[in-house]
Ligand binder design. Sequence first.
Ligand code: NAP
Ligand code: G4F
Length: 371
Amino acid sequence: MDRNCKSKNAIVFGATGQDGSYLIDLLLAKNYKVVGVVRRSSTDNRQRLSHINNLSFKIVEGDITDYSSIISILSAHAQDDTEIYNLAAQSHVAVSFKQPGLTWDVTAKGCLNLLQAIIDLGLHKKNVRFYQASSSEMFGKNYDTINGEKVQNENTKFMPQSPYAIAKCAAHEAVRLYREAYGVHASAGILFNHESERRGENFVTRKITKWIGEFTTWLYERNLDPKHISNSCKNSDLIYVSGSQYSFPKLRLGNLEAFRDWGCSGDYVEAMWLMLQQESPDDYVICTGKTHTIRQFLDAAFKLVGIKEWDHLVVIDPEFYRPAEVEYLRGDYSKAKEKLGWSPKTSFEELVNFMISHDVKHFPDNVNRYE
Ligand code: NAP
Ligand code: G4F
């Protein structure tokens, strides 16, 4: 029977994350039966799934560092043609410098556990397909110069700059090896940074939009305008309001000069799905082809709430600098466009607008958000 005519099913590891939740929304909209794997937690880690009310969606508990739990889940839920998406990771680069061993166990070995379980259960002979969430962090310090432009694509060599990136490189190589050695239908998406209103609050974009949301609410509740902010607060950790006792903690950030190619999570999960619909497995760069600094993200985000000068609202804190930095990321998605028919839909400006619109509840009166 044609693969497209069968009822489809998928297992998503990393279901509670930003991408996991968007991917599950997409798969359910395509009438998949979806199993989401969630690790046990003493607090609620299912908030990004709380909007789903669909009998085709089932949550099971498991942890990708525990091979036996993977075997149980795949034995119970993987059938002929099942699509397995591995989005599970310790995904924070700065955290990976502080917890390199854990990052390795989850981000590298977890992927190997999944691939080996596919072999041990013979699922590769049942046309089970596997997606691995690889990362542009793997390029690290490296880029190619093509037609005078600095970019990274599928041929760019990896020069990882963090324990996280090293773990992602190992997982990426495991995908290639299991594809070549055992014929597993395993594909890796080398995804550049992608964001949304579901982005974790300690990644830089969301940290900025959340802070702006809290700051504008604080101003609104006190009937203040950003122009009331005292200039005398330049050397302080707090923002003061002229002629009043009010103060608010400044936004604390690290390196503002790094370049990132920022896209939108909702667009990128579509690319993951497209990779698993291809006859042959392969690796693809997914990105927007545009790059901006964190400083430019700040400019765009503050402008949306009517603040043109923001230097006095931000503290540069050495705590948020990393032992090694990835200074420049800008992808080239030509292969994905040609082979998958995929292109990004959301521009940088739309992404910032979309995140600010979600996090800011009270726009200052003088702001025209749509100008
Ligand atoms: P995320 O929000 O941090 O989600 C990571 C997911 O992994 C969460 O569901 C987390 O569960 C789960 N997880 C962590 N440790 C686990 C374990 N031991 N067993 C099972 N699950 C575990 O990340 P994301 O932004 O959605 O990214 C998804 C994937 O793409 C990650 O692999 C990330 O490294 C990769 N990636 C992301 C980007 C990006 O810009 N977003 C770019 C390139 C690649 P909890 O919710 O319980 O923590
Ligand atoms: O938002 P970030 O933490 O994302 P980063 O390190 O680029 O990693 C993200 O994208 C990768 C794909 O390229 C994924 F694989 C990875 O899982 C994750 O999703 O930091 C972006 C930039 C960095 O240059 C960082 O040094 O922002 C800089 N930055 C400056 N101040 C900060 C801060 N980053 C964070 N998280 N917090 C800050 O206060």
